[in-house]
Design a protein around this ligand. Structure first.
Ligand SMILES: *Cc1c(COP(=O)(O)O)cnc(C)c1O
Length: 361
């Protein structure tokens, strides 16, 4: 640390976020299953909109995102006035911490919760508080026990990353019912589209004045590289977040591609269908190989080994076979590997390599 020029308290406690490994030297055939990306990429409509957007790059973008908000609202049956769009849902998480938490305040999430909650909480000098999980699932009783009068934000990813587990609607409602007076519950729905019949928490948002939902174009829409997400919340919260949002936080390209992606139901349906089919196949194959995994509700599975050393060795073998999966020691799960559900050839390669690994030992 510099002796005079110092950042705000909390910032040096942030561990640099390590993204999923993207490539292997000398392996152009490597398959990346480390960042929960859609194996089919973006849809054709999104790609076309991206090309078209090039012609208008000299224009400043919309500041109110009215067209994208209207499209989101009509797709999901929401109130467009209570939607806010950001640079990934990460930016919505950042806004929430900036607006509602500071020194002396607590930001609560579960033991294996998404890393951005901790990073955004520490960035504003707030205290990050975790509640233990039960069998890698958010434990509502433990979350409630960890709430205090200082709790300002409670983050729950549903389904959660990296565990893939999910709370029932009744459990989420029970958590919402127990919120301290000054706290806001944030339901992170990054993987909501992979859960059939799930609204990401939108109906709970509509029923309360202290629940907000975040969503993203990074996962099922296959647009992680473009950085677009959104939030849906009570009017008083959206008003606050819009005050700190940069007026030009999203480019015209981001806005138009996202809008086009929303309308590509064919791409979305295919992505969800293939994910469900291959996820079930992958979980079954891993279980048959004696590798434990909880039932996943997202586009990845968490494979659990007996020890950290075994997970390390399996990861090394997968890399030698050109397969990149995610080590999740930074999430407190060093004995596990998170594997994105790829396309069918990728899933077969992973299972084949893990079978080799298990046989070799
Ligand atoms: C991937 C992911 C996000 C999405 O982040 P973006 O900034 O929208 O790309 C949000 N929450 C969780 C739990 C995730 O896994």
């Amino acid at each position: 640390m510099h002796d005079r020029i110092r950042p705000q308290p909390g910032i040096l406690d942030i561990t640099l976020y390590q993204g999923g490994k993207a490539a292997i030297d000398g392996r152009p055939d490597a398959v990346k299953l480390s960042s929960n990306e859609n194996p089919f990429g973006p849809g054709e409509r999104a790609i076309e909109a991206y090309r078209r957007a090039g012609h208008a790059l000299h224009r400043y973008p919309s500041t109110d995102h009215a067209a994208l908000r209207a499209a989101i609202a009509s797709t999901y049956g929401l109130d467009p006035a209570r939607i806010i769009c950001g640079v990934g849902s990460d930016e919505i998480i950042t806004f929430l911490c900036q607006a509602y938490a500071g020194r002396g305040d607590e930001v609560l999430y579960s033991q294996h919760g998404f890393l951005m909650y901790r990073i955004s909480a520490l960035a504003v000098g707030a205290t990050a508080v975790t509640a233990p999980e039960r069998d890698r699932s958010t434990d509502v009783d433990a979350m409630i026990a960890a709430m205090t009068a200082r709790t300002r934000l409670v983050f729950v990813a549903n389904p959660n990353n990296p565990t893939g587990t999910m709370l029932s609607r009744a459990e989420v409602t029970r958590l919402a019912d127990a919120l301290p007076p000054a706290a806001l519950l944030v339901l992170d729905g990054a993987y909501a589209e992979y859960v059939e019949g799930y609204d990401g928490g939108a109906s709970l948002v509509d029923a309360r004045d202290n629940v907000l939902m975040t969503r993203t174009f990074s996962k099922i829409h296959g647009l992680g590289g473009l950085r677009i997400g959104w939030g849906y919340g009570p009017g008083h919260v959206i008003d606050v977040l819009n005050r700190i949002r940069g007026p030009f936080n999203l480019s015209t390209t981001q806005l138009e591609v996202a809008e086009a992606a929303l309308g590509d139901t064919e791409h979305l349906d295919r992505s969800a269908r293939e994910n469900a089919r291959l996820r079930a196949w992958l979980q079954r194959a891993l279980t048959d190989l004696g590798v434990k995994c909880d039932r996943s509700h997202a586009n990845f599975v968490l494979a659990r080994f007996e020890t950290e050393a075994e997970a390390e060795a399996c990861n090394a073998h997968l890399l030698s076979e050109g397969l990149i999966v995610r080590q999740v020691g930074s999430y407190g799960l060093p004995e596990a590997l998170r594997i994105t559900v790829g396309d069918e050839p990728a899933c077969r390669r992973v299972v084949h390599a893990i079978a080799q690994f298990r046989g070799e030992r």
